[in-house]
Design a protein around this ligand. Sequence first.
Ligand SMILES: [Zn+2]
Length: 420
Amino acid sequence: MLAVYLATSEVENDRRAINVKQGMYKARKERRWMRRAPFGYINTLSPEGEKCIIPKEPEATWIRKTFELVAEGSLSISQIHKLTQSWGFTCSSSSFYKLLHHPVYCGKIVVPAFEQKKAYLTKGKHQGIVSVVLFEEVQKLLQNRAPKRRSSRPHDSLPLRGFIYCPLCQKRLTGSSSKGRFGKLYFYYHCRTPCRYRIRADHLNKYLIEALESLSPGEVYKSVLGDMMEELHLDIQRKMNLEHAQISKSMENLIGRGIKAHDLYLKGEIDAEDYMLIKSDCEKSTKALGAELRSLIRREVTTKKQARKVIRWLSHLDKLYQKLDFSSRQQLLSLLFKGKAVLETSGFAHATNRTTRLIFRLELSDKELKKTQQAKDEELENPYFKKIWQAEKRKGHILSLEQLSKCIAFLKNFYRLASN
Ligand SMILES: [Zn+2]
């Protein structure tokens, strides 16, 4: 008896979840607004007794006036926002922007994605506050305005902006573009007044690529990176095996549930419609789990390939750099450079930090080589530390624990960056 009860209650839950989801979707598909009315509307019932929304005054008029002002184009959005506040229309500037983008105001409704169907926009049963033409006009204007609001956005042509310091006065260099004689845009890094230092961005970027190309890591660092990836891979493998087992278990459960529902249906405890709903839900979930399993296997193959790539990239930083997106480029530079990288005519070597110089076998100054708190062989339990320490010792450098952990942190960060 208990078993039957458990089976039915599980089936009940299934049925309820499906019904709610379907109900919401159905309402949206019938073009009715189901949730709390958005600003400018109130919830009510239609003459047919269906839930719906209707415009509410004076808010509806405020909204109409707002759209008209934006379309007119003589005031900025924030000026219009301020103006509307004087009418008593109070909302934050972010909700104000959202309101200007909301299709509900031109009488449309978003039908959300459901099962295999994609989300789409449709004409709602409610009355729009502004015309579709006015709404679309405003959308176009907002789109054109958007880039202006982000004038300080990092520009792809200026990856070193904010990163390097002026060789004359040591202030942080900024960057901007100027138009050449034939309308071509040129980008420059430059200092701030009164200093007049400036350098063409494409030239500097070229030097940077050359400098990265010349960096070649010591053998031991490549080898430790390889060990680290191996360990990481084993860890991923363990997790994947676990995931694999979980997916298989869920699949078994689903099949069991299908059988139980079939049983109940045969005994007449649930009707045909419910049984079909549960059956199709089970089939769908099984399909989804199958897809998950396949993607898991694909992921495994990619991690292996990735490991080989990451090690290769440590010897080809220029190629990695060119492949990365803007923010990853900056991350790579901050990994390689000192906190304050002063630009020097002799290139970028001076700008690199001590760990970079160690890993890429650049010359270390006497100060950097100063023998302080050297680690002792017997202190080194971490196999990575030991491997690096011994290799450097053969070259006559005795590293401290701090230096060793910085090298490991570098390699870990490098891995994260390069495997993205
Ligand atoms: Zn300067």
